[in-house]
Design a protein around this ligand. Structure first.
Ligand code: IPE
Ligand code: IPE
Ligand code: MG
Length: 257
């Protein structure tokens, strides 16, 4: 088994769809919330391992715009877990110089959540180490629509001109805009066996590599991150080019030139 090695081939930005909490719990005869609690406890070891590997940005999908459709009792449990996570882990994140950010429609979160979340973001937002982003109340289509609306408003207000819009400028209007060159995702990981993107980072994952595992998020550990990164390191990222030229092809090319 090849394990990931720290080095230049480490993906700069890894994004994880932390899926399968409910099924993990139900399979063991527990309520779904039990899976969310266990899932939240998986975050710290993954953040630590990401730092060890030299990953620079880690984005974790915690709650989608569509997840608002879940039963109120599950939503209440999720917000309680988020508040607890922040209270418990802030000191450790601070000690490790982790810069914490949130992307999504956070204005939809309850005031009790905001009261805990906002000051933590304020305190950790200036750190310069790993860029840790929680996608909360996040939907990529919503993000793109809001960016388009914002840009249009800037045009109406005379701050921008439609002709100057290109991929780089549009990217700056997205919630991930302040990640700059790190906003493009290198590796998307999804746990729990689902092979879909569920409205996550559609723009930012344009050239990402994808890694799907049957392991549910509550069982996902540093060794699973290693496997995902090792898989990434075996990929030939071509970005539309022709990639690594095989020896035979190379001599054929050389003969022609
Ligand atoms: C992911 O686990 C966590 C959230 C979406 C909040 P799920 O709750 O989706 O678990 P499954 O997919 O139903 O097992
Ligand atoms: C995606 O998982 C969102 C998160 C993991 C936070 P879902 O469980 O909500 O996705 P679907 O409904 O299976 O596509
Ligand atoms: Mg799910």
């Amino acid at each position: 088994m090849t394990l990931a090695v720290r080095g230049p081939a480490i993906p700069s930005h890894v994004a994880i769809i932390m899926d399968g909490n409910g099924r993990w719990a139900q399979k063991r005869g527990h309520p779904r919330a039990f899976g969310h609690i266990r899932g939240a406890s998986r975050i710290k070891p993954i953040v630590e391992h990401a730092q060890r590997l030299g990953i620079r940005a880690l984005t974790l999908y915690a709650f989608s715009t569509e997840n608002w459709n879940r039963p109120q009792a599950e939503l209440d449990a999720l917000w309680k877990i988020l508040k607890k996570f922040l209270a418990k882990e802030e000191a450790h994140l601070a000690k490790n110089n982790v810069r914490l950010r949130v992307i999504g429609e956070i204005e939809r979160l309850g005031s009790d959540v905001r009261q805990v979340l906002d000051p933590v973001l304020e305190r950790l937002g200036h750190n310069t180490g790993l860029q840790l982003t929680f996608a909360v109340s996040y939907g990529s289509q919503r993000e793109i629509v809001r960016a388009a609306r914002h840009f249009a408003m800037d045009c109406v207000g005379g701050k921008r001109n439609p002709n100057e819009l290109d991929e780089g400028l549009f990217g700056r209007y997205l919630w991930t805009g302040d990640l700059g060159e790190l906003s493009q995702v290198d590796l998307v990981i999804r746990t729990s066996g689902e092979i879909r993107i569920s409205n996550f980072l559609l723009w930012q994952a344009a050239y990402a590599e994808f890694y799907f595992t049957d392991t549910c998020w509550p069982d996902f550990g540093p060794e699973d991150l290693d496997l995902a990164v090792a898989s990434f390191q075996r990929r030939d990222r071509r970005f539309g080019g022709i990639g690594k030229v095989l020896k035979n092809d190379r001599s054929a090319l050389d003969k022609r030139t």
